[in-house]
Design a protein around this ligand. Structure first.
Ligand code: MD6
Ligand code: FE
Length: 217
């Protein structure tokens, strides 16, 4: 057998991969909690269902979204904003589960951001072909706080750009259990997700689920 120095390391191995100042991929950081997180997302979605939001420009997003926490991220013809009420149900979003809070705080600390207390968790569901065009996360009041993003289910290609729209993005493959933390000088960097390729994961079927934790207010 020949040792391959360039073989990808197994996706079950914890490892920190810097993406830039203040931005890091924590490989396999959420692997142990993965199954529990998927179960909780399913339960949350029975309270505040996944829905396809419309952008201010009138496009229906290919990614389905819901939220938990004190406030949730929503979009409609009037713009993007955080709201304490789910416009679909007229009720508050489901509270942030303790496991979510704990995982997000631990991941932020691992990336050098202490005492991260998210008040919003956006839950994204991708099916084959779903994509997220390059954007900045700029609806949060304080840019001193990082964003913590947890990938579950089928793999995706995350794109990490720079402060301006022009910078050629890094392509970062993300698999089940990977966590990206985003803050400091990289907090306003453009990023997106390429169209999801058809594949299967034992916990999610053909879907990719993503949690992004934010301090919105
Ligand atoms: C996603 N993520 O991975 C979408 N934003 O489904 C994001 O938009 C994102 O992963 C800020 C920081 C990390 C992210
Ligand atoms: Fe984002």
């Amino acid at each position: 057998m020949t040792a391959d120095l360039f073989a990808d390391s197994p996706s079950t191995e914890r490892r920190n991969e810097p993406l830039g100042p203040g931005a890091v991929v924590l490989r396999a950081f959420a692997l142990d909690e993965g199954a529990a997180l998927v179960d909780i997302i399913h339960a949350l979605s029975t309270v505040s269902p996944f829905r396809h939001l419309v952008t201010p420009g009138g496009h229906t997003m290919s990614v389905a979204m819901t939220n938990c926490g004190k406030v949730g991220w929503v979009s409609d013809r009037r713009g993007y904003r955080y709201d304490a009420i789910d416009p679909e149900t007229g009720q508050p979003w489901p509270p942030m589960p303790a496991l979510f809070m704990q995982l997000a705080a631990e991941a932020a600390a691992e990336a050098g951001f202490d005492r991260f207390v998210p008040d919003a968790c956006l839950v994204n569901r991708y099916v084959t072909g779903s994509r997220l065009t390059m954007h900045q996360d700029r609806n949060e009041r304080r840019d001193s706080e990082p964003i913590v993003s947890v990938s579950l289910g089928v793999p995706a290609m995350f794109q990490f750009g720079g402060q301006g729209k022009g910078t050629k993005p890094l392509n970062v493959p993300l698999v089940h259990g990977d966590v990206v933390v985003w803050g400091g000088p990289s907090r306003m960097n453009y990023h997106g997700v390429l169209p999801l390729k058809a594949s299967h994961h034992p916990l999610t079927g053909m879907d990719r689920l993503n949690l992004t934790f934010r301090t919105a207010r």
